[in-house]
Design a protein around this ligand. Structure first.
Ligand SMILES: Cc1cn([C@H]2C[C@H](O)[C@@H](COP(=O)(O)OP(=O)(O)O[C@H]3O[C@H](C)C(=O)[C@H](O)[C@H]3O)O2)c(=O)[nH]c1=O
Length: 190
């Protein structure tokens, strides 16, 4: 299991080892002991899966407010995504900045995004399946988000707006400056 901290170091790209042979490969996708040794005492309570039929499907930028903020461990099972995590922790030196990582079945990587980030992705291929583990249960009343194309975030989505598919909720999400900072920076980044 290779852990690569991104330029916002609390966001980590995790690449499981693949044991290849003439049949294909075997891979231990997740081990709590190795994950907790690197990240800390984080546990997952819910697994999610989404299928997006077309390339250019953009889901995000979402987060759940405290006390049920969600850490997310994301991987792409089919197709391809550009995964984006925006630091929305008040007091963070990288507040409003983001990490972007391409996740594909070929690279087999997870992206770990702790509580304190807004998360979204755009699909780069049709029939894209995303699996993600989260650290708090879904709570509709705490579900929140910021606008995917907020100019203050300078996210370079690789497709023109006209070619994107978004939910009505995502099209009308507030700008970061319009919301109360939902999280406080904590050095642990858990
Ligand atoms: C997140 C979630 C949703 N739902 C229901 C609520 C709606 O009826 C339906 C679709 O929900 P939503 O439009 O929020 O799904 P996405 O747009 O894919 O959002 C998700 O993808 C982005 C990238 C995220 O990071 C969020 O975790 C998550 O919100 O599933 C549930 O029943 N349980 C859940 O945990």
């Amino acid at each position: 299991m290779l852990f690569e901290r991104q330029f916002i170091p609390d966001v980590i790209k995790i690449t499981p080892k693949r044991h290849g042979d003439d049949r294909g490969f075997f891979s231990e996708l997740f081990r709590e002991d190795q994950f907790q040794a690197e990240v800390g005492p984080v546990r997952f309570v819910q697994d999610n899966q989404s299928l997006s039929a077309t390339a250019g499907t953009l889901r995000g930028l979402h987060f759940q407010r405290e006390p049920v903020g969600q850490g997310k461990l994301i991987r792409c099972l089919s197709g391809a995504i550009l995964d984006v995590a925006v630091d929305i922790r008040s007091g963070s030196s990288t507040y409003g900045q983001h990490v972007a990582a391409e996740l594909t079945p070929e690279n087999g990587a997870w992206l770990w995004i702790p509580v304190g980030f807004a998360h979204g992705f755009v699909t780069l291929k049709p029939e894209t399946t995303v699996l993600y583990k989260v650290t708090s249960y879904y709570s509709p009343e705490h579900d929140s988000g910021i606008r995917w194309n907020d100019p203050a975030l300078s996210i370079n989505w690789p497709m023109p707006e006209a070619s994107l598919t978004l939910s009505a909720k995502d099209q009308t999400a507030p700008l970061l400056e319009q919301i109360e900072p939902p999280f406080q920076y904590a050095a642990t980044g858990a």
